[in-house]
Ligand binder design. Structure first.
Ligand code: SF4
Length: 107
């Protein structure tokens, strides 16, 4: 009967060690993503049609946020008042990722 208890304790200890190791690894290797990408992606039509020349709306958002893509009208299904203007206004008011961390986008 004692063997069962030892086996349980050993398994519990190994599981605990692996859990702690995974937690530490998730913190050490965490990839921080610019929150603006998600916000801009939400403002795109999200058809993921590829008409803009990118693989999908998220890739278009990444390029808009990084500044690699300046022409928001490349999103063909987008509308000026519903998509283009809000995205341009958002990018103008959120010029860098640090701004998001300090004030969460609100002044
Ligand atoms: S054209 Fe617009 S809707 Fe289509 S994938 Fe590009 S950003 Fe998304």
């Amino acid at each position: 009967m004692l063997y069962v208890l030892y086996a349980f304790l050993i398994l519990f200890g190994v599981a605990l060690l692996l859990g702690v190791a995974l937690f530490i690894a998730s913190k050490v290797f965490e990839v921080k993503e610019d929150k603006r990408i998600k916000e801009v992606a939400k403002m795109l039509p999200n058809y993921n049609c590829g008409a803009c020349g990118y693989a999908g709306c998220n890739e278009m958002a990444e390029n808009l946020v990084s500044g690699a893509e300046k022409n928001v009208t490349k999103c063909k299904p987008g509308k000026k008042d519903k998509n283009y203007d809000p995205i341009l206004a958002y990018l103008a008011s959120h010029p860098n990722p640090e701004f998001e961390e300090e004030g969460d986008g609100k002044k």
